[in-house]
Every structure is written in C-alpha cells, then in structure tokens.
Design a protein around this ligand. Structure first.
Ligand SMILES: Cc1cc2nc3c(=O)[nH]c(=O)nc-3n(C[C@H](O)[C@H](O)[C@H](O)COP(=O)(O)O)c2cc1C
Length: 179
C-alpha cells in the first residue's frame, strides 16, 4: 500500500508500512506492565492496562503514556485532572488481564473486590503494586491514533519485588529482576 503523509514542514514521508509487521517489531521491545487509573469528573473509576508508560523527565518529574483514540474511556480520562500509574508485580498478572478487558459498560465492575485507595484527584492506587505514581495531567497531545498523556508526578511509592514483563506479545517473569 502506497501512502504519503506530510509532516509539519511539508516534507513528504513514506508511511507505506505493514501495520501487522510493525506491531510485531515494536513488540520485540519488552516493557513493564501498568494499570493506569483516574477518577472521572462524575465519580466513576477509570482504568486500563497499559505498557506505553515511560519516564520522561526527572526535574521536573514527568512521565507519559498513551491511550488509543478509540478507547471508550478517552473523554473521561481527558477530563480528569489527575491519573495514577500502578506498576504491576509478577504476581499481578490477573490484574493486568482484568484491566485489558473492554470497559464499555458505564457500571464498570472491574474495580469490584479489589484492594485500592484513592490517590491524588481520587485516582485509584492499588495495594501491593511494585510502584505507583500519582500525577497531575500536564499536557494532552493527540498524535496518530493515540492520545499522549504527560503528567507531573506529585506523589510516588515503591516496594521490593519482581516486575511483570510484557514482550513478544506475551507476559514473562524474569526471576533475575526480583529486587
Ligand atoms: C500488556 C498490554 C498493554 C497495553 N497497553 C495499552 C496502552 O498503552 N494504551 C492503550 O490505549 N491500550 C493498551 N492496551 C489495551 C487496553 O488495555 C485495552 O484495550 C482496554 O480494554 C482499554 O480499555 P477501553 O475498553 O476502555 O478502551 C494494552 C493491553 C495489554 C494487554
């Protein structure tokens, strides 16, 4: 498929990539796994499993993650002043699976029975996560098919343990990484 996209300065870039192959190639880059949460302005709890989380800056302390534009939670996440990043331990794969399920229903039951406390702005912070970052949304940037969230870390915590890893489209638990 031939396709050209013009970037800001008018330069034409060839974007005729095979999306499936690109996804496979990108999947070779292993990441940790997070559940990103927020409290919607109407009081609903929002959440999704995300591996697009990354550190951006130490001073000031900034982090980022991206949400696909098609997400049912896009509007609510965009309107929330804060979000929380919950970094999962190797034992928390079920939490990752639960929050990778579509959130379509307004009576979202994915938080039922889970152990969490409200962080900054009410964003749910789960107990026993490997690390948590409570952030004030600093900037939203719509790019391609995702919405980029940049947040300023207002509060963080961490524990000892092994991270849950995601790579090549699969979860993995590298024992050697146990802190
Ligand atoms: C390991 C893993 C990482 C993911 N990372 C992201 C991500 O960074 N951004 C995103 O929008 N969806 C990501 N997803 C998909 C969402 O978790 C999934 O689409 C979820 O249903 C989103 O909620 P929604 O139905 O409200 O859109 C990921 C899924 C998995 C299993």
């Amino acid at each position: 498929m031939e396709r050209e996209t013009k970037i800001a300065d008018g330069t034409a870039v060839d974007t005729s990539v095979d999306t499936g192959a690109l996804r496979t190639a990108l999947g070779r880059f292993a990441t940790g796994v997070t559940v990103i949460t927020a409290r919607a302005p109407d009081g609903r709890n929002l959440g999704l499993t995300a591996n697009s989380f990354s550190s951006l800056s130490l001073d000031p302390p900034l982090v980022l993650w991206s949400l696909r534009l098609a997400s049912a939670q896009r509007q609510a996440f965009s309107n929330a002043a804060h979000f929380a990043v919950n970094v999962l331990t190797a034992e928390q794969r079920p939490l990752g699976d639960r929050f990778a399920r579509p959130s379509a229903s307004p009576d979202d039951d994915r938080f039922d029975g889970l152990d969490w406390r409200p962080g900054r702005g009410g964003a749910p912070v789960f107990n026993h996560v490997l690390a948590s970052f409570e952030c004030r949304t600093n900037r939203l940037i719509e790019l391609g098919d995702h919405l980029l969230f940049i947040g300023e870390v207002e509060h963080f915590a961490f524990a000892d343990g092994a991270p849950l890893i995601y790579g090549n489209g699969r979860y993995a638990v590298p024992a050697a990484l146990a802190a």
